[in-house]
Design a binder for this molecule. Structure first.
Ligand code: F6P
Length: 534
């Protein structure tokens, strides 16, 4: 389908006019003072996720105009095309069907294949989890990008559900320090390696898999024939895995994008950690969010609303980044996971027709868990020169019994979004005693340093508990949110050509590191290459 360009729609012009008239001067403190129903009106319920959008710079008019833009851009039709398995990844000629991976049997496309692999994988995971019989105590997932970040994020998030006798390790970087850090603590006899790669050609993963194989066989301590029990592959390329010598392979399909693949066989480390029942709950949570995205009216459709808010901030307010601050230590890797999800999906500069866009696309996504972030980058969020919308994720019930610590965590989470919004005037700062202030600084100067502009936007997402089901729903919410902003911008959120050039140049430079040949290189690269060889 050929849409009008996003910034050439009538809705876009109306949004620009609304931004010029009201958006630029929008003040969160004022709107809360004027409207006691604001929090209720801008709070949304989706499966497992409650979202408070009220501390964002939007009002009913903004929302209506954004919804108009979504409709003018055909968001619902594009969404339906994805769920129906149409080839919406046009540049790779592929369908985009990660949603089929979490549909109950008989309810999604390719159901027999999906459930066939799922059942085989879960049965395998349960057999390994019987550690007395399997003898396995350590699992090393070797993969990178989408074949690493999903399991690496989910496994610690669901630590409360994890098998106590199995330790999961993740190796991704081609930097040998990464794998050596892991291997030096392991014994081959009780270690299982998962070689996870959609293509089974990725340089980093192949190098690490080879290093693992060499380590396994080193000194004759394990035999070639034992590779079959200690190496397993998760890939769409079973032939390449077999050539590597791996006989147990769990497959998936080209319609599963790497960064959308934790629900597929790539989720094997997750299944090993939390078991079949919890893995199914993770899928069920994601499926519940799929149903919400598919069927809720856009006015109450949480992923769609978040995607629309992202467009409002990126293209009208000009905010260049979004900070993710999960107030749950288990979600420490969520920002890194979301970096790939959002920036690899929507970091594009041409539309589906290949025409350069005259508007900004993916923001920078970054963050760290609270409260740690408060003692590092939050200074900039509160008083820096850029406005950076923050996304707080709070979990009501912890998996531990340290009630006092959990109350402190939640109080901090609430306080940060409050502080960002309320700020502190110079007059207020003047009335306060600052015990650590320098003796010679005058009161007005000090008050300037100690004031906060406020009016800084944030979203707070609340989960009742970090269960497999809730995490599945949360991650699917992010996937559909990224889909929404990508669809509005009219880009292909499902290819990643931007990673190709660096890979090709690295292959060309590799032999030069041995030979020292710098002919034809630019001066900088030639100098650095020589320096690194020395
Ligand atoms: O970084 C590019 C990329 O293709 C990602 O999209 C993908 O998740 C990652 O490399 C790993 O690819 P593979 O699973 O094929 O090893």
């Amino acid at each position: 389908m050929r849409f009008a360009r996003c910034d050439e729609t009538a809705a876009w012009a109306a949004l620009q006019a609304h931004f010029d008239a009201h958006g630029r001067s929008f003040d969160l403190r004022q709107v809360f003072a004027q409207d006691t129903g604001r929090a209720a009106a801008l709070s949304f319920e989706a499966p497992e996720v409650f979202a408070d959008l009220s501390k964002n710079r939007l009002d009913a008019t903004t929302l209506n105009l954004l919804l108009g833009l979504a409709r003018e851009r055909g968001l619902e039709a594009h969404r339906d095309a994805m769920f129906a398995g149409e080839t919406i990844n046009t540049t790779e000629g592929r369908a985009v069907l990660h949603t089929a991976l979490r549909a109950p049997r008989g309810q999604g496309p390719f159901s027999d294949q999906v459930h066939g692999v799922l059942e085989a994988m879960l049965a395998y995971a349960e057999a390994v989890r019987d550690t007395a019989a399997s003898g396995i105590r350590h699992v090393v997932n070797i993969g990178i990008g989408g074949s690493d970040l999903g399991p690496q994020m989910v496994v610690p998030a669901l630590d409360a559900f994890a098998h106590p006798g199995l330790t999961l390790h993740f190796v991704s970087n081609v930097d040998g320090h990464d794998i050596m850090r892991v291997l030096r603590r392991l014994q081959p006899a009780d270690t299982l390696f998962i070689v996870a790669s959609k293509t089974f050609t990725t340089q980093e993963t192949m190098a690490n898999a080879q290093a693992a194989r060499d380590w396994f066989l080193a000194g004759g301590r394990m035999k070639e024939s034992q590779i079959a029990q200690h190496f397993v592959a998760t890939t769409t390329n079973a032939e390449a895995a077999a050539r590597f010598g791996i006989s147990t392979t769990f497959g998936f399909w080209d319609w599963v994008g790497g960064r959308y693949s934790l629900w597929s066989a790539i989720g094997l480390p997750i299944a090993l950690a939390i078991g079949a029942e919890h893995f199914r709950a993770l899928l069920a949570g994601a499926h519940a969010m799929d149903r919400h995205f598919e069927s809720a009216p856009l006015e109450r459709n949480l992923p769609a609303l978040l995607g629309l808010l992202d467009v409002w901030y990126r293209n009208f307010h000009g905010f260049t980044s979004r900070c993710i601050a999960p107030y749950h230590q288990g979600l420490a890797r969520l920002p890194a996971y979301l970096q790939q999800l959002e920036m690899e999906s929507n970091g594009k500069r041409v539309d589906l027709a290949g025409t350069p866009l005259a508007l900004a696309t993916s923001p920078v996504v970054w963050g760290e868990p609270g409260t740690n972030g408060q003692h590092a980058y939050f200074q900039m969020l509160h008083q820096g020169s850029d406005v950076i919308p923050v996304e707080f994720i709070a979990v009501r019930t912890p998996a531990h019994a340290l009630a006092d610590q959990h109350r402190k965590l939640l109080a901090n989470c609430l306080a940060q979004s409050q502080a960002l919004m309320l700020g502190k005037t110079r007059e207020e700062a003047l009335t306060e005693a600052a015990v650590t202030a320098g003796k010679t600084v005058d009161a007005m100067t000090l008050a300037s340093h100690r004031s906060f502009p406020g009016n800084r936007p944030s979203t707070t997402l609340v989960l009742d508990a970090l269960t497999p089901r809730a995490l599945g729903a949360l991650v699917a919410m992010y996937e559909h949110r990224v889909f929404t902003s990508g669809a509005l911008w009219g880009i292909n959120s499902f290819d990643q050509w931007g990673v190709e050039l660096g890979k090709a140049l690295a292959s060309e430079l590799l032999p030069r590191l041995d030979s020292g040949d710098t002919s034809g290189l630019d001066g900088s690269t030639a100098t650095l290459l020589q320096r690194l060889r020395a």
